[in-house]
Design a binder for this molecule. Structure first.
Ligand code: ATP
Length: 895
């Protein structure tokens, strides 16, 4: 017999599981060892050696190696070996940068790997999907992706979209009953849920019958490709730019060679110098360093609780101009406590804190009669139509489930009711789960006499619409307009205190059958009352909203909650300014997209909206030129998350679907984390600009010093091996350390970056060319001064030029940390950079003063006085540029 043909108990026995307790951890571990992890096999990754070899495929490196070979054949053994050594070290550097980038991308993938809720040792636990084993009991709900093949043993309103397996995009209705026929197709196995398919509605529990490559998906899936490497727009632009830079570098190098030869240098000498210069000047490491900077930034973001799922989002983050945020759980704490209940014309205040079920019901100043019948019904029905559990662990009460439902459960427990107690009187026959479209949830229960009732709870306005009567002072009254007004006024009173409200209603039902739809059930109800709960704002949110405002980013609240509750909270946390508009879902529904676009810039709160409204909001904002970050957690949020520029999913409450659609996941569901991510996104972008500025200015300097020397008919100021050394040392560690730089203090005081802004905007080109020019001139001056003093000691002058070039670059690296000048930042803030610079200086000193290396690098020991010249010349560009900056500022002030 196949799994789908068996009864649930037969499956339980066959598979040696326990539906009540689940597997024990030790049994799960054994099975994991025995059957392997629950993963589809991936194609093998390219091996490390190949990645290493890749580093040599660069055309100029090949030319350099060939040139070196020639010089080796001509007897320049030391040069040849040294150049090859440097090329190999360079390849290692590239290799490690690429490996690091790849590893951190892999780590990211693992961090965002799906988790499932599994019953182990009588407890529902979150476990990584790869660790589930045959026999595990799994709970799932709308928005989840099924992690393994399951035999469904419990289903309520369950629908699963199986297009990945069957091609059928209409979700299949699922049940927990055995299905007959041994070789029916996957699409007909109604009581099975397959790995990789998507729960679109309802909830269910299933037992795992196959994992990994044994699942239906594993059997049809070819080996999965390795994770696609996403490349960011900036990386793409830099790749294109790289080609231009290579051409420019080659032309200039050729110019150096031609001028050199015309000025009387030997062709052989100029050829090797030219090739070395080309290798040094071509910024071949740029893409890898960009990837490293991106991934290092992404790791910093993980520490601040946000996971980037799509690398391009890091760049877009810096452009965000509007954040559309959910209210519950993102702006608020999602720790709900019922503080007011209202039923049949009486209001009770409920005391107590958190989820501890201790507190009193006080009405009109005195402890009131808790035996009030409608209050009883309001509380007990709120507990029956409910999934949340309150678990006592030592002295703590922990919520397992949805906080709104947890609050209702605690309120009932404060009055002395327990779920077990109620379940001994009422049996739950059917459940219609909550969804954000209907904004309500229902159960059908059977009492001891066999009578059936519908219990519905949900947003008060929605429940009012589906009720035709209400309980008033112990009697059932027709829901006339008088009572409608009373209820609406009450909702308004509670909501203006920022309370989130849930109404409860019921009705007896006689003609119930299993196939009945919600709309047949949720009508003609008897309205019992309202429970109002506080959900305090997260303490850090107010500050975060303010910081976003200073950074030119507007925060918009989008919530399913009542307009008055939403307004009260928005005002409290500073989202809703004076004169800011609040728009309700029902108004939005009637508007055309153009009308929405016309007013969207003034709307700060969208209340009582359904998830599908989010898409229109995103589109309207985008039409107005905004770069929109949009949060979401449910299945229906996915289209808006996908359409937004930065889709953000909640790590704790988010469904798999929302996470898969998103580019950023908030591990703590917290709005303040979005702000930190934006700050980091801006910083990463600035850091990339910093090292592009540094690398290119260094390269310009290297080329120009050679070109100017040739034009002036001077000897070579630097020999090939020195050029390669400068390139290796200064391009390596200091450039990487710039990628780790902290954000400038005012990074969140600037306006968002325009998405069309090029990476060289805001004067970067000018900074690169002018600084490169000055570095070239300063190095050449140092060379000329010393060469004039020691015309017979070229090596001495070359050593000075070498040291000046290195020092000029190492000073420049600190300049690059700020858009203004070196004096705007504390150099010791970035200790990586200090370390990188100090170690580069030490390496330079070794090359200059350590005799065995002097021969290789064509250097000689320098007298102390030369260092005055070297430092003076090397810092000249900084002072010249700061000088122009100050005079510029002075002029501006004068105006
Ligand atoms: P946000 O979109 O900011 O997260 P929200 O949580 O209030 O706001 P929804 O989850 O769509 O949005 O809830 C909408 C309304 O439905 C709530 O205001 C509440 O009245 C009602 N509601 C929420 N949760 C439940 C539930 N579990 N059962 C019944 N009704 C609920």
């Amino acid at each position: 017999m196949k799994w789908h043909e068996m009864r649930a108990e037969e499956v339980e026995e066959q598979i040696n599981s326990d539906f009540e307790a689940g597997l024990s951890e030790s049994e799960a571990k054994n099975r994991l060892l025995q059957y392997g992890t629950n993963e589809l096999q991936e194609a093998e990754r390219p091996n490390a050696f190949l990645v290493f070899l890749e580093q040599f495929k660069d055309f100029m490196v090949v030319v350099l190696l060939a040139a070196t070979l020639i010089s080796g054949l001509l007897g320049e053994y030391i040069d040849a070996v040294a150049i090859i050594a440097i090329v190999i070290i360079n390849a290692f550097l590239g290799f490690f940068q690429e490996r690091k980038a790849e590893k951190s991308l892999q780590a990211l993938k693992e961090l965002s790997a799906p988790q499932v809720t599994v019953l182990r040792e009588k407890e529902w636990r979150k476990v990584a999907s790869r660790e589930i084993v045959v026999g595990d009991i799994i709970k799932f709900g709308s928005g989840d992706r099924i992690g393994a093949d399951l035999r469904i043993v419990q289903a309520s309103s369950l629908e699963i979209e199986e297009s990945a397996l069957t091609g059928e995009s209409v979700p299949a209705v699922k049940s927990d009953k055995p299905v007959h026929g041994s070789d029916i197709s996957i699409g007909d196995q109604e009581n099975m849920a397959f790995m990789g398919t998507l729960v679109t509605r309802g909830t269910g529990v299933g037992v795992v019958v196959a994992t990994g490559m044994n699942t239906a998906m594993g059997q049809i899936a070819d080996l999965l490709q390795t994770a696609e490497t996403t490349i960011t727009p900036l990386q793409r632009k830099l790749e294109q730019l790289g080609k231009i830079l290579i051409t420019v570098a080659l032309i200039l190098t050729m110019l150096v060679v031609v001028v050199g030869v015309l000025q009387g240098h030997s062709l052989y000498e100029m050829f090797l110098a030219g090739v070395s210069l080309a290798v040094a000047a071509i910024p071949e490491g740029l893409p890898a360093i960009v990837t490293v900077a991106l991934s290092l930034g992404v790791q910093r973001m993980i520490k601040k609780k946000s996971i980037v799922r799509k690398l391009p989002a890091v760049e877009t983050l810096g452009c965000a101009s509007v954040i559309c945020s959910d209210k519950t759980g993102t702006l608020t704490q999602n720790k709900m406590t019922v503080t007011h209940v209202w039923s049949g014309g009486t209001t009770w205040n409920v005391s107590g804190n958190g989820y501890e079920p201790k507190g009193e019901f006080i009405s009109e100043g005195t402890e009131s009669n808790i035996k009030n019948k409608s209050l009883h019904q309001l509380l007990t029905f709120g507990l029956l139509c409910n999934h949340a559990n309150i678990i006592q662990k030592k002295n703590q009460y922990i919520l397992d489930g949805d906080p709104t439902e947890g609050a209702l459960a605690v309120a009932a427990m404060k009055a002395g009711f327990t779920r077990d107690g109620l379940l001994s009187e009422f049996q739950i026959v059917k459940e219609y789960p909550f969804d954000s479209e209907r904004k309500m949830m229902s159960v059908v229960v059977k009492d001891k006499q066999g009578k059936l009732f519908v219990i519905t709870k949900g947003a008060p306005d929605v429940i009012t619409n589906v009720s035709d009567s209400l309980l008033w002072e112990g009697k059932r009254e027709l829901f006339s307009s008088k009572y409608e007004k009373v209820v609406a006024d009450m909702v308004h009173t509670l909501a203006s205190q920022a309370l989130r409200n849930i109404a409860v209603a019921f009705k007896p039902i006689t003609n119930f059958h299993d196939g009945m739809q919600e709309r047949e059930i949720e009508k003609d109800l008897v309205f019992i009352g309202i429970q109002g709960m506080i959900d305090p704002p997260r303490p850090e949110v107010k500050q975060a909203v303010r910081e976003c405002k200073e950074a030119g980013i507007r925060t918009v609240m989008i919530t399913g909650d009542h307009i008055v509750t939403a307004k009260a909270i928005a005002a409290e946390i500073g989202i809703l300014p004076m004169g800011g508009k609040v728009l309700e879902g029902k108004t939005l529904q009637k508007m055309s997209q153009e009308e929405l676009e016309d007013m969207v810039d003034n709307v700060y709160v969208f209340a009582r909206v359904s998830p599908q409204h989010k898409l229109s909001i995103v589109k309207a904002l985008q039409k107005k030129g905004h770069i929109v970050a949009m949060t979401g957690d449910g299945v229906n949020d996915a289209p808006a998350i996908k359409a937004s520029d930065i889709g953000i999913a909640m790590g704790i409450t988010g469904t798999d679907v929302a996470k898969e659609a998103s580019s950023l996941v908030l591990l703590d569901d917290n709005f303040a984390t979005i702000k930190s991510a934006i700050k980091e996104g801006r910083n990463i972008y600035e850091n990339i600009r910093k090292f592009i500025r540094y690398l290119l200015a260094s390269n310009v300097g290297e080329i120009l010093v050679m070109l100017f020397a040739m034009l002036l008919a001077l000897p070579l100021p630097l020999v090939p091996i020195q050029i390669l050394w400068v390139n290796l040392v200064t391009d390596g560690l200091p450039a990487m350390a710039l990628g780790l730089d902290q954000a400038e203090g005012d990074v969140m005081k600037r306006k968002p970056r325009h998405p069309k802004e090029g990476v060289f905007a805001r004067g970067l080109w000018w900074k690169i060319v002018s600084r490169g020019f000055l570095i070239g001139i300063a190095t050449l001056l140092a060379f000329i001064i010393v060469y004039k003093q020691h015309p017979d000691n070229l090596i001495y002058a070359q050593t000075v030029a070498f040291a000046t070039l290195v020092m000029a670059q190492l000073i420049h690296v600190f300049d690059c940390r700020s858009d203004r000048s070196i004096f705007h930042r504390n150099p010791f803030q970035n200790m990586y950079l200090v370390g990188a610079v100090v170690s580069s200086i030490i390496l330079m000193l070794i090359v200059i003063y350590y005799p065995p290396l002097q021969g290789i690098f064509h250097t000689v020991a320098l007298a102390p006085k030369e260092w005055l010249l070297i430092i003076g010349m090397a810092s000249l560009p900084t002072f010249l540029l700061v000088g122009t900056l100050f005079t510029g500022k002075a002029k501006k002030n004068m105006v």
